[in-house]
Design a protein around this ligand. Structure first.
Ligand code: MIC
Ligand code: SF4
Length: 651
C-alpha cells in the first residue's frame, strides 16, 4: 500500500470511517461541493426531498454553465430554480456567464488540502491546486451537502513522476494525452493518480489543472498535484493567499505503481476519433485537412491558454476553409483578454467568440458539417457528442488547435515559423465576484421558483424478491454515458425525467423499430423488470445520474457487464439498480436481447462478496444458469434493497 503521499495525507485527515487498506470501503468528510446546472437541478430537488433546511459544508457552489442556449423556456426555468434554491439552502450561486464550474472553482474557491465533491466528472480539475476533488452523481453531492460523508474504496495510488521541462509548442494537454496512451480509459477504477517529481515545479496551477481535468478520462477517482510555492503564487494572484497550505509527499513516499514521463522528450499529441485514449502524434496526422477548430472547455480555456492562442493569431488570419470558435473558461479570463487587448487580436484573426460556458463541448451549438475533421481542445470526443452523426473529433492542445486554424490542416505548430509566444504567469488576476451571489443569512425567507418544466425526482419501489427480468438491450465495450443518456439538443430536459427518458440509448434506435424507451416501457408495463447487458468499461464518462434515473424510470432493475465504471455504478446503487458483473465472461455470448432472466430470492441472495444465480430462459431451448458477481458493500446492499438512497434518507 502507498505511504506518505499527498492523496493519503488528505484522505487520512478527512477519514470518518473505514480501514486504511487499499480497496477497503471508507468514508471521508467533504469540505466543499459544486454542482452545475445540468446535474444540479436534480441534486437540489433531491436535497429538498431529503428535507435538509441548509447545507452543512464549508462551501457549496451552484454553477450555471451547461444549459445556456435558452432555446425554449427550459434553460432559464432551471436557472431561476437554481438561483432561488441556492439562496434558500445556503449555497453560493454563480450566474450564467460567469464561467465553467471547474475554471471558476479553481480561481475563486479551491484550496489545497481540502476535499471537494462535484456533480460533474471533471471536478478533479481542482486536483491541480492540491485538493482531493472527486466527481459524483447529483444525489451523492446532495448527501454531502446534507453533511453525510462520501463513501469510496480506499484508493490505490498511481504515481506519475514528471522530469524535465516542456519544450516550446508542447503543452500540459500533451502530458495527459501521454498518460492516457499509457493507462487508457479502461481498468483504472479505484485508483487515484498523484503527480510528483522535479517536473512538477515547471508547471503552473492552470497547467496542472489541465492535466487533472482530463485525468477523468482515465476512469480514476481523481488526480492530484502537490501544493507548493507556485500554488501559493496562483492563490496570491487570485487574492486568496490565505487559502494556501504547503502539501508535499514525503521524501520517501511510496506509490502502488509508478510511471515516468520526461517532459523534455514529449511531443504534440492528439486523441483521435472517437475515444480520449486513441492517441497519435501530430507528426502522424500532419496534412489531414481540418474544417473546424474550437478552443475552450474546462480543460483548456485558462488565461494562459488563451493568451498563447492570441499570441499565435496576432496579425494572422484564420484559414478560409476553417471556422474557429473560442469559448473563454470564465468571465475573469474573458474580461482580462478584453482589457489587455488580446481579445482584439483573436477577433481580428477571424475567430467567433462564444460566451463563457461549456457550449460546443456538450453539443450546445457548433456541430461540425458531415465528413469534417473538427479539432477541439476539449477532453471528450465520444462518437456523436458534437451533435453530428459520424463526427471526426480530435482533441489537442490550444497550440495545435490554433496552428490547424491558421493552416487549414494538422501541422506541427513549430513548422509555422511563428515566434513562440512566451506567456508569463500573471501576478494579479482581475478580481470581481459580482457574478457570484452569496447566500443570505440563515433564516431569511426565500421563495423557491418552480416553473412548469421543473419536475420531481422519481420515487422507486423496494427491490423485488423475484427478479422477473427481460433483457431490453445488449451492447458492447466502452458504452459511455453519452450513449446511454445523450446531451446535445436533449440536455434541456434534465429537470423532466419522463421527457428525458424517451431518448435513453437513442443512438442505437434503428429506423422503423421500437426505441429502447418503448421496449423498456413495454417490459415494465407487462409486469417484468428490465435488464441491460454490457461488456467492458460500461458507463464511462459523465457523472450524469440521469443515466441511472431514466432507466430506473423505465423499469430497469439490473445491469450486467464485465466491468462498470465508478461513478456510474454508484449512480445505479443510488437509484436501486443492481450493478452485476458476469462471473464467466463467456455467458455474455449466450444471452440475447429479449431473453428472460430470472433471479429467485434476490433479496436474500444479495450478500457481500457472494455471487447470485440467475436463470436464463431463451425463446427456444433449455433454460440455463449463470453466475453473477458484484462488488457491493453492506451499505450498498441496504440502499438497493430499499429501492435507492432517497428511500433510505426519508425513512
Ligand atoms: C460532460 O462533460 O459530459 C458533462 C456534461 O459535463 C457531464 C455532466 C453532465 O452530463 O451534466 C460530466 O462530465 O459529468
Ligand atoms: Fe462542461 Fe465540457 Fe467541462 Fe463537461 S467537459 S464540464 S461539458 S466544458
Amino acid at each position: 500500500m502507498a505511504k506518505g503521499t499527498v492523496v493519503q495525507k488528505i484522505i487520512d485527515s478527512h477519514l470518518v470511517s473505514g480501514e486504511k487498506k487499499t480497496g477497503a470501503p471508507v468514508a471521508i468528510r467533504i469540505d466543499q461541493t459544486l454542482t452545475q446546472d445540468a446535474t444540479g437541478t436534480m441534486a437540489y430537488l433531491e436535497l429538498e426531498a431529503m428535507q435538509i433546511p441548509r447545507v452543512k459544508t464549508e462551501v457549496s457552489v451552484s454553477y450555471v454553465d451547461h444549459n445556456m442556449m435558452q432555446n425554449g423556456p427550459e434553460n432559464r426555468n432551471d436557472h431561476l430554480y437554481l438561483q432561488s434554491v441556492a439562496a434558500a439552502k445556503g449555497v453560493y450561486f454563480s450566474r450564467p456567464g460567469n464561467g465553467i464550474c471547474h475554471q471558476v472553482h479553481l480561481e475563486r474557491f479551491g484550496a489545497p488540502g481540502k476535499t471537494l465533491l462535484g456533480s460533474d466528472s471533471h471536478t478533479p480539475t481542482c486536483g491541480g491546486i492540491g485538493m482531493v476533488a472527486i466527481g459524483a452523481g447529483g444525489l451523492d453531492v446532495a448527501m454531502a451537502m446534507a453533511g453525510e460523508a462520501f463513501r469510496l474504496a480506499y484508493p490505490k495510488i498511481v504515481g506519475v513522476k514528471l522530469t524535465g521541462k516542456l519544450q516550446h509548442w508542447v503543452s500540459a494537454k500533451d502530458i495527459i494525452l501521454k498518460v492516457l496512451s499509457i493507462l487508457t480509459t479502461k481498468g483504472n477504477v479505484g485508483s487515484i493518480v498523484e503527480y510528483f517529481g522535479p517536473g512538477v515545479k515547471t508547471l503552473s496551477v492552470p497547467q496542472r489543472a489541465t492535466v487533472t481535468n482530463m485525468g477523468a478520462e482515465l476512469g480514476v477517482t481523481t488526480s492530484v498535484f502537490p501544493s507548493d510555492e507556485l500554488t501559493r503564487e496562483f492563490l496570491k494572484a487570485q487574492d486568496r493567499e490565505s487559502s494556501w497550505t504547503d502539501l508535499q509527499a514525503d521524501a520517501n513516499a511510496e506509490y502502488d505503481s509508478v510511471i515516468e514521463i520526461d517532459l523534455n522528450t514529449l511531443e504534440p499529441l492528439a486523441a483521435c476519433p472517437s475515444s480520449p485514449d486513441n492517441i497519435k502524434s501530430i507528426k502522424e496526422l500532419e496534412g489531414i485537412k481540418v474544417g473546424q477548430v474550437i478552443i475552450g472547455s474546462c480543460t483548456n480555456s485558462s488565461l494562459k491558454d488563451l493568451m498563447l492562442v492570441a499570441g499565435m493569431l496576432k496579425g494572422r488570419k484564420v484559414n478560409d476553409e476553417v471556422t474557429l470558435a473560442i469559448a473563454p473558461g470564465s468571465k475573469q479570463v474573458l474580461e482580462m483578454l478584453a482589457r489587455n487587448g488580446a481579445l482584439g487580436d483573436i477577433i481580428a484573426a477571424g475567430a467567433r467568440i462564444l460566451e463563457s460556458g461549456c457550449g460546443p463541448c456538450i453539443g450546445q451549438g457548433q456541430s461540425p458539417a458531415n465528413d469534417t475533421v473538427s479539432v477541439r481542445t476539449f477532453n471528450r470526443n465520444f462518437a456523436g457528442r458534437t451533435g453530428t452523426k459520424g463526427d471526426q473529433a480530435y482533441l489537442t492542445s490550444p497550440e495545435v488547435a490554433a496552428a490547424a486554424a491558421l493552416a487549414g490542416k494538422f501541422v506541427l505548430p513549430a513548422s509555422l515559423k511563428i515566434d513562440y509566444p512566451e506567456v508569463k504567469d500573471v501576478k494579479e488576476f482581475l478580481i470581481d465576484d459580482s457574478m457570484i451571489i452569496p447566500p443570505p443569512p440563515a433564516g431569511t425567507a426565500v421563495e423557491i421558483i418552480r416553473k412548469p418544466t421543473i419536475g420531481k425526482p422519481p420515487i422507486n419501489q423496494a427491490l423485488p424478491d423475484l427478479l422477473n427480468g427481460q433483457v431490453v438491450i445488449k451492447v458492447g465495450d466502452k458504452i459511455t454515458t453519452d450513449h446511454i443518456m445523450p446531451a446535445g439538443i436533449h440536455l434541456k430536459h434534465r429537470s423532466n425525467i419522463p421527457e428525458y427518458s424517451k431518448v435513453v440509448f437513442e443512438c442505437f434506435t434503428q429506423e422503423g423499430k421500437p426505441s429502447f424507451a418503448e421496449r423498456a416501457a413495454a417490459v415494465r408495463d407487462s409486469g417484468k423488470h428490465g435488464v441491460i447487458v454490457g461488456r467492458d468499461s460500461y458507463g464511462q464518462g459523465s457523472s450524469r445520474e440521469h443515466a441511472a434515473i431514466c432507466p430506473m424510470y423505465l423499469g430497469v432493475k439490473a445491469v450486467i457487464a464485465f466491468a462498470i465504471e465508478r461513478i456510474y455504478s454508484a449512480n445505479l446503487i443510488n437509484f436501486g439498480i443492481v450493478p452485476f458483473v458476469f462471473a464467466n465472461k463467456e455467458d455474455y455470448d449466450k444471452i440475447e436481447e429479449g431473453d428472460l432472466l430470472e433471479i429467485k430470492a434476490l433479496r436474500s441472495q444479495l450478500k457481500v462478496g457472494t455471487p447470485v444465480t440467475a436463470i436464463v430462459h431463451k425463446a427456444d431451448g433449455q433454460p440455463f444458469e449463470i453466475e453473477l458477481e458484484h462488488k457491493l458493500t453492506a451499505e450498498d446492499i441496504s440502499i438497493i434493497l430499499a429501492g435507492g438512497t432517497l428511500n433510505c434518507a426519508n425513512k
